[in-house]
Design a protein around this ligand. Structure first.
Ligand code: ADP
Ligand code: MG
Length: 411
């Protein structure tokens, strides 16, 4: 007998492909099992945007959110629901709202990760405000941009301190180019960051709860080919290090779903961009890796909903600080951060839960991604991004790549 239904809400924007696959696979699975003497089932629904009474209870146990970083009504509804109704959400919305790339660099430099040398610059131009001129006249020091450029060295990257999606990112090779880029940067607050070049490996580490997938990345390829399909390109030791780094970042900021970009040069992995809460989840970028994303989203959200996982409203950074202060060796320290992060993500309990209750999901996901319906979903997504004469070609390409995943994952 069904005693309790857990409700999962999807807070979506333009997302098309993964939510549909998520819903359809969940409907095929239709799990129901007993936890602590209670039989539970699951429902999923998409959130509407509408006026809300702050005291109206939230009907969801878990929300998978994709719009907090730019759609503020949804963000505020989510924050209210965490505070008033015990909602669990991927990701912590206060942390998304306040932790820019800049803060993530500082925090991880402080913990001892090899973040490349990075400077922040005051903006080139300002929105006029009443006190602006006095403030700048009194306190803004003249500086020599060329000198800063020389200190960081060439090439380096100029990029917004709060950036995303490659907007306003420039690779700078000369002082002249630096001055030109700064002149063009307008009102943006910019970083200059030492370039990790030449590198021999670029990896995107995609984290969902305690799980991490390592994806080889080619930043110079066209959009649809940046995520590569290489397998076994990391040693076990490298995987452990990157998993620890990614989970440390994600647990530190309360981000259940985030990606960490790392570049390897001379055997050292440099994290360069890891404030990516709600990373790209489109089949047209992830293709081969897309079924993993959908399945892991399902696993983690079902776990959170079933166990009524509590949202951590306090990030409690002191424990990282303690590790930092007592562990000198870099690899030992990162392993200790990683252990703490895994603990915060209930890694062991999650593994047991998956083993006990979610086993059928492997085969259901595998089957689903071989159906004409899955191909249709890919086509719908392709149709929103590619010109009509390319619809067949790209649908077939992504479909074939997903069939490669099926060949490798055959349950
Ligand atoms: N320090 C760096 N060394 C080498 N390449 C970099 C560096 N910083 C940025 N890049 C390149 O520029 C791209 C965009 O920069 P990134 O910091 O990831 O910004 P965004 O947040 O917009 O994704 C990266 O994916 C990488 O290809
Ligand atoms: Mg990036």
């Amino acid at each position: 007998m069904l005693v309790s239904t857990r409700r999962i809400g999807l807070s979506l924007g333009a997302d098309l492909c993964w939510p549909t696959c998520y819903e359809e696979i969940l409907s095929r699975f239709d799990p129901s099992f007993e936890i602590d003497g209670e039989t539970i089932g699951f429902e999923v629904a998409r959130l509407d945007i509408e006026p809300f009474d702050l005291r109206r209870p939230c009907p969801y146990d878990v929300v998978l959110d994709r719009v907090t970083h730019w759609y503020h009504t949804s963000r505020e509804w989510i924050k209210k629901s965490i505070l008033m109704d015990g909602l669990y959400v991927l990701n912590n919305p206060w942390s998304i709202q306040s932790m820019e790339k800049q803060t993530t660099y500082c925090a991880m430099m402080h913990l001892g990760l090899p973040i490349p040398e990075t400077w922040m610059l005051p903006p080139k131009e300002y929105e006029p405000t009443p006190d602006l001129e006095t403030t700048l006249e009194r306190y803004a020091k003249l500086f020599d941009l060329g000198e800063i450029g020389n200190q960081i060295g060439y090439p380096h990257f100029m990029k917004p301190y709060d950036g995303g999606a490659w907007v306003a990112v420039t690779r700078i090779a000369t002082e002249e180019a630096l001055r030109e880029a700064y002149d063009k940067s307008g009102r943006r607050v910019m970083h200059l960051q030492q370039a990790i070049e030449p590198f021999d490996l670029f990896v995107r580490c995609l984290g969902i709860g305690p799980e991490v997938r390592f994806i080889r990345y080619d930043p110079d390829a066209p959009l649809h080919a940046r995520y590569r399909m290489d397998r076994d390109f990391l040693t076990k030791e490298e995987e452990r290090l990157l998993r620890d780094i990614t989970l440390t970042i994600n647990a530190y900021f309360g981000w259940d779903f985030n990606s960490c970009e790392v570049i390897r040069k001379d055997g050292v992995f440099y994290p360069i961009d890891f404030a990516n809460a709600c990373p790209d989840a489109q089949v047209t970028s992830l293709h081969y890796h897309f079924p993993w994303l959908v399945k892991t989203m399902l696993q983690w959200s079902l776990y959170c909903a079933a166990t009524k996982r509590k949202m951590r409203t306090n990030l409690d950074w002191n424990l990282y600080e303690e590790i930092r202060n007592k562990t000198g060796d870099y690899h030992e320290r990162v392993a200790a951060y990683g252990a703490l992060a895994r603990d915060r993500f209930d890694a062991e309990a999650f593994d047991t839960f998956r083993e006990q209750h979610l086993k059928p999901l492997d085969e259901i996901t595998w089957d689903y991604f071989g159906t004409p319906r899955a191909k249709e979903v890919i086509r719908e997504k392709v149709a929103t991004l590619f010109p009509e004469h390319e619809h067949d070609e790209f649908t077939d390409l992504f479909w074939t790549q997903i069939q490669d995943w099926r060949a490798h994952e055959n349950p």
